[in-house]
Design a protein around this ligand. Structure first.
Ligand code: PEP
Ligand code: MN
Length: 338
């Protein structure tokens, strides 16, 4: 249930509604809009009988049942777009977010060269995995903390904020020390222990849609993080598994307008994992921006033939630079900037 306060409700009135919610054993989450405050009442699933009682409290305009299973992630609770701060800019605003870099951090030269190249081309953040979720235990698993140190060095050299995956709840504090954004990979979208750990960290999170997950499941996973009071979340459509084999995954373009409608959280698209082949990355990127995505996360490698992971879907720096130029025109057509 959400409680919509009257515009002009006082802090005292809001506080007494919150007190009553807590007395009844629920959690209260505030969404402070420009006009009015909305209070989300969350707790274990049981029928809230107190709706009527709340309408009698001072400053309350009305109460509303949120019918979706996610509450704090829904637009009902937070009608305006959530803007996620990132290194002086914001994700979810007019200016698009462009995260680029290699799939994995491999070595110092690779990381620094790629970081400079993507920065030059217009990237606003740098990606690189130090802990890699690989299908095979015999594939390159990432450099671990050494990889995080290389990312920190690349941030120092370029000023780009760092996006990197965390797979283990126990490693959240360590990854937080180095990363500006914690990536939850597709395979871990429903790792609830991990979601709770990143929620508690209050660190910015990039939450990728699971390989076989519905949009509702993605939003329920975001809800775990939001329930800890952490609303610094960007969602990411990265393709889902279907019967199709000509691409690595099937890019669910529908997810972008649907999620924009259902939630206030920003949505990015990952055309690299969504297609799996570099020749399709440009088209999928343009489609995502045209559909209303708030940004992209794209894999770029200086020598993709030698990449230790995802070489086939990694753009060369010059391809990435050309794509950014082309995307500026698409962005303009949908009233965004890049
Ligand atoms: C990645 O970003 O390199 C990655 C492993 O992505 P996903 O979790 O979407 O497969
Ligand atoms: Mn990858």
């Amino acid at each position: 249930m959400i409680i919509i306060m009257q515009s002009g409700a006082t802090t005292k009135q809001i506080a007494s509604v919150v007190t009553r919610i807590k007395e009844l054993g629920y959690g209260a989450h505030l969404s402070e809009g420009q006009e009015r405050t909305i209070i989300g009442v969350v707790g274990e699933d049981r029928v809230l009988m107190e709706g009527e009682e709340f309408t009698l409290l001072d400053g309350v305009e009305r109460t509303m049942r949120v019918t979706s299973p996610y509450k704090l992630a829904s637009r009902d609770f937070h009608p305006a777009n959530t803007l996620v701060p990132l290194n002086g800019s914001v994700v979810g605003d007019i200016k698009l977010t462009l995260i680029a870099g290699p799939c994995s951090v491999e070595n110092r030269t690779q990381m620094l060269e790629t970081a400079h190249a993507v920065k030059e081309a217009g990237a606003t953040a740098l990606r690189g995995g130090a802990y890699k979720p690989r299908s095979s235990p015999y594939s390159f698993q990432g450099l671990g903390e050494e990889g995080l140190e290389l990312l920190a060095e690349a941030r120092e050299a370029t000023g780009l904020p760092i996006v990197t995956e965390v797979m283990d709840p126990a490693l959240v504090p360590l990854v937080c020390k180095y990363a500006d954004v914690l990536q939850i990979g597709a395979r871990n979208m429903q790792n609830y222990t991990l979601l709770n750990a990143v929620g508690e960290s209050q660190h910015t999170v990039l939450l990728k849609r699971g390989l076989m997950s519905t949009m509702e499941e993605l939003l329920m996973s975001a809800e775990y993080i939001l329930a800890h009071g952490n609303n610094r979340i960007m969602l990411c459509e990265r393709g889902i598994r279907t019967f199709e084999t000509y691409t690595r995954n099937t890019f669910d373009i529908n997810a972008i307008p649907v999620l924009k409608l259902k939630t206030h959280l920003p949505i990015l698209a990952d055309p690299s994992h969504a297609t799996g082949k570099r020749e399709y990355v440009a088209a999928a990127s343009k489609a995502a921006i045209a559909a209303g995505a708030d940004g992209l996360i794209i894999e770029v490698h200086c020598n993709p033939e030698k990449a230790l992971s995802d070489g086939a879907q990694s753009l060369r720096p010059e391809q990435f630079a050309k794509l950014v130029t082309d995307l500026r025109r698409i962005a303009e057509a949908v009233d965004r900037t890049l």
